[in-house]
Design a protein around this ligand. Structure first.
Ligand code: G2H
Length: 249
């Protein structure tokens, strides 16, 4: 099947006003001139304080913006949390949920991740649900069990919900390490995720690959049958590199 590609930047905790302005404007004008804009969606997930800046800089362009986390609650006494309604107020389309850095540093369980995905959908946002195994889990050979366990509470939200999500496979051992999964290693996991999606009647949900994607390896990864685009960290901070990845999308 022909699934529309998505290349999404994850700025993580990088950025400052002046540099962001340059980056956003370079991405906007570069993508505006691209012939690939008809085939691939592009977006950037920025730190919360810069959502307003992203909205002003990207409004009216083909580039969407979003956040890197969301509260599972809609409002209330949750100091430091940001709700889906608030993200929607700033024009966000996407929100990352369950990135491995949040799972490991903020103890987010797969149940919490599913709650966050649900909160995003309730606010009209597209959750990008991140899953992936650690190096130890990869080496033990039980990485597909880990992937299925991470997916289970998300798939339990039901087909209608799942059909409005994006999934991202990010092997933890490939994140920011310069070690990318080989296209074959990535495809093996993507095919397993696709089968799980087919089983809940959501075959067209996009499955992004993330983990040290750069312009030099993007095309080979995106050529795999079940890789529908990428979640890009470090390489999303350099306009030219990010645009070249989007060109490969
Ligand atoms: C994985 C990825 C983006 P990087 O975390 O989510 O980052 O491309 O820097 O490995």
């Amino acid at each position: 099947q022909n699934i529309r590609r998505l290349v999404l930047g994850n700025w993580k905790m990088h950025g400052e006003l002046a540099a962001n302005a340059q980056l956003l404007s370079a991405i906007r004008s570069g993508w505006n001139q691209s012939s690939n804009a008809a085939a691939c969606d592009v977006g950037v997930c920025v730190p919360f304080p810069y959502l307003s800046q992203a909205e002003s800089a990207l409004h009216g362009s083909d580039i969407a913006w979003g956040a890197q986390d969301i509260s599972r609650f809609d409002k209330g006494a949750y100091t430091g949390e940001v709700s889906g309604t608030m993200l929607a107020d700033f024009g966000c389309r996407y929100v990352l949920v369950g990135h491995s850095e949040r799972r490991s540093m903020h103890a987010e369980s797969s149940d919490v991740v599913a709650d966050k995905a649900k909160a995003a959908l309730a606010a009209g946002l597209t959750p990008v649900v991140c899953i992936g195994e650690s190096l130890e889990e990869r080496e033990s050979g039980r990485f597909l069990d880990v992937i299925h366990a991470q997916l289970a509470p998300v798939l339990a939200l039901g087909s209608e919900a799942v059909s409005r999500m994006v999934l991202a496979y990010e092997p933890v051992w490939a994140i920011g390490t310069g070690k990318t999964a080989s296209p074959e290693q990535a495809q093996e996991v993507h095919a397993a995720i696709r089968a799980a999606l087919v089983a809940v009647k959501c075959p067209g949900v996009r499955i992004l690959y993330g983990g040290s994607v750069k312009a030099a390896n993007a095309a080979t990864l995106f050529a795999q049958a079940d890789i529908d685009g990428g979640l890009i960290g470090g390489a999303a901070l350099v306009a030219d590199e990010f645009l070249r990845i989007a060109e490969a999308g």
